[in-house]
Design a protein around this ligand. Structure first.
Ligand SMILES: Cc1cc2nc3c(=O)[nH]c(=O)nc-3n(C[C@H](O)[C@H](O)[C@H](O)COP(=O)(O)OP(=O)(O)OC[C@H]3O[C@@H](n4cnc5c(N)ncnc54)[C@H](O)[C@@H]3O)c2cc1C
Length: 229
């Protein structure tokens, strides 16, 4: 299947939001948390990379949240795509999906690791569910807290949802949390050991958070994670 770029826009430092669709004859069936696999011939070799879908299922269109990796083999190519351009795609794939039944949960993301959680949080069974959900989201800069206004809006409208953003390089007028997400895990957990914790981002962060949770006594089945590298 080929995915066609509808539009893209910059939403943070070196981060873009992409809207794709698949041909009218296809319907993209997926569960929030799944990813697509893109392939492209670049400089004579086929490069394949996975990208978490950042939107809830909506027929033929889907959204991605991509980071441009400096000197990366594939992401700079994706950043050059223009509306109408297409890319070979496989999927949806993967098992990083909300557990069923969905229990009270803490979602932990850094950077573009937010993508699958944006999909979770747009999904009707979660939006209209009764579980308590805390989203702990870390970025380097304030502008890297992509989709922040959406999560703040959800916090105002969805009972039981709490948004806990933190940045490591705060500007002088920042009054929110600062530092690594690891420093705010206790706040996000609010003393509870009976929640599921979903973690998404680069390996170093995911492994670190998993270690902290295991030391706190969390069982393996309570820790669900996706590593980007
Ligand atoms: C299941 C899965 C889902 C993914 N979903 C997303 C997504 O939604 N958005 C996204 O931007 N990436 C996502 N990735 C990462 C993506 O597949 C690529 O690894 C990334 O685009 C870099 O590819 P590249 O060819 O440009 O870099 P490469 O030439 O492969 O260079 C790899 C380097 O990039 C670093 N890297 C990988 N991903 C990131 C990232 N997101 N931010 C910063 N550094 C990174 C690695 O640590 C490594 O040092 C996902 C990966 C997996 C396995």
């Amino acid at each position: 299947m080929r995915a066609r770029l509808i539009k893209s826009r910059e939403i943070g430092p070196e981060v873009r939001h992409f809207v794709f669709d698949v041909p009218a004859t296809e319907r993209l069936e997926y569960t929030p948390g799944q990813f697509v696999s893109f392939s492209q011939d670049i400089l004579g070799r086929t490069v394949t990379r996975a990208y978490s879908i950042a939107s809830a299922p909506a027929g033929s269109h889907f959204e991605l949240c991509l980071n441009r990796v400096k000197d990366g083999a594939f992401s700079p190519w994706l950043f050059e795509m223009q509306p109408g351009d297409t890319v070979e795609m496989q999927g949806p794939l993967g098992y990083f999906v909300p557990r069923s039944p969905f229990r009270d949960s803490v979602l932990v993301a850094t950077g573009t690791g937010i993508a699958p959680f944006r999909s979770y949080l747009q999904w009707l069974p979660i939006v209209h569910g009764e579980s308590t959900i805390t989203l702990l989201f870390g970025a380097r800069y304030r502008e890297g807290l992509v989709y922040r206004s959406e999560f703040e809006q959800l916090e105002r409208t969805r009972p039981g949802f709490r948004f806990v953003p933190t940045i490591t390089r705060p500007p002088t007028d920042w009054q929110g949390r600062t530092g690594w997400i690891q420093q705010h895990l206790d706040d996000a957990l609010a003393g509870r050991l009976d929640v599921d914790v979903y973690i998404c981002g680069l390996k170093a962060m995911v492994d670190d958070v998993r270690d902290i949770l295991k030391r706190k006594g969390f069982a393996r089945q309570q820790i669900i994670y996706e590593k980007y590298d």
